[in-house]
Design a protein around this ligand. Structure first.
Ligand code: MRU
Length: 358
């Protein structure tokens, strides 16, 4: 399974090359593959805000490289470069509010900087830290895929029909994916009959990105309107809903792409199991519950326009892009540190004390 999973990494969202961060513009996929080169932290922050790059884990990795770009630039300018770098920390931290991976990665860069700021090779050491953040996410994907596949195998024998939401694959991570990594692994193991991909309004991460990633590998995928989920659960024999996360709080509540909460409610009604797959960098033990998670609201035009053309009426639109699924609707959270069934505060605390499994 490992080699076939690693083959899915040929799709990459980001590349660090020749002192610049190259980002695959995900807004234009799947019809156009355009790469943008960023050479300073402000450009990286702008790319995150404008959805050139999206998905919690890869946002964190991108921010780490963005901070590295800032450090290289400020260092070259001389003077009190560490003080100047604070502006880059701030602009990157504010790029998007919900995915905690962003501040998690910036905190790691800050801790590293604190330790090596007087070192002659400070920039090389920061580069090594950004690369380590990237690599550890790849590794986490592998462990989570294995754990998720084991769960599916343990709980049900037959071929599975799964439903997923948004994009949690190679485009959203440093490897081949979180939820989509589990789905890929289960397919390789001959356990998946079909994947239903919610189209994921309004950015269409499901129909543009997830469907593209899966179809490229010959994994049977069908796109459905988000609002078809209950009907699908009732009529298509869905056995698992498998999704990613942008932030998991200390009690096991999960923020993820808008629409995830209603999937969890609907799954419980239909007896469909609900799995969340996310690296521990997505777990925010500083927040007690999902009520504390900042939920990003984007411009209402994203709902009222299609491809920049107004199709909706001339009214306001409310466009929260994440929601919070309460822990008691979740069957299992899969991380690289292990699996938490029926999550709660005690189990999450125990998990976070562990080292990673591999
Ligand atoms: O707005 P997006 O596309 O950044 O939202 C992404 C999601 O909600 C994903 O499900 C989440 O980040 C997990 S990605 C492994």
């Amino acid at each position: 399974m490992r080699d076939r999973l690693l083959a899915a990494e040929k799709v990459k969202a980001i590349a660090w090359r020749d002192g610049a961060l190259h980002l695959l513009d995900q807004r234009a996929l799947p019809h156009q593959e355009t790469w943008l080169a960023c050479t300073d932290a402000a450009a990286v922050a702008q790319a995150i805000t404008s959805m050139v790059v999206r998905g919690a884990p890869v946002i964190g990795i991108t921010a780490a490289y963005g901070l590295l770009l800032g450090a290289r630039q400020r260092h070259a300018q001389g003077g009190d470069w560490l003080a100047a770098l604070e502006q880059d920390f701030t602009v990157l931290a504010m790029a998007r509010p919900t995915a905690v991976n962003l501040s998690w990665a910036l905190n790691r860069m800050r801790e590293r900087l604190e330790r090596v700021k007087d070192h002659v090779d400070v920039l090389d050491l920061l580069e090594a830290e950004a690369a380590a953040i990237h690599e550890s996410d790849r590794e986490a994907n592998l462990t989570m895929a294995q754990l998720g596949v084991d769960l599916i195998r343990r709980q049900q024998g037959n071929l599975q029909t799964v439903l997923t939401h948004c994009n949690t694959g190679a485009l959203a991570t440093g490897g081949f994916g979180t939820a989509l990594g589990v789905i890929r692994g289960a397919f390789i193991e001959g356990m998946i009959e079909r994947v239903y991909a919610d189209e994921t309004r309004p950015w269409l991460q499901g129909s543009r990105l997830t469907a593209w990633e899966l179809a490229n590998e010959g994994i049977p995928v069908t796109v459905n309107a988000d609002s078809a989920a209950a009907h699908l659960m009732k009529t298509k024999g869905i056995t698992w809903v498998i999704v990613g996360a942008d932030r998991i709080t200390a009690n096991g509540d999960v923020a993820n792409k808008i629409g995830t909460y209603q999937l969890a409610v609907t799954a419980m009604h239909h007896g469909v199991r609900f799995m969340v797959v996310a690296p521990s960098s997505t777990i925010d033990m500083n927040l007690a519950s999902g009520e504390d998670i900042p939920i990003e609201e984007r411009d209402g035009r994203e709902l009222l326009e299609v491809g920049g053309v107004r199709v909706g009426a001339e009214v306001d639109a409310f466009n929260p892009v994440f929601d919070v699924t309460p822990a008691d609707l979740i069957d299992v959270i899969v991380t690289e540190k292990g699996v938490v069934e029926r999550p709660d505060a005690a189990k999450l605390a125990q998990l976070m004390c562990r080292k990673r499994l591999h």
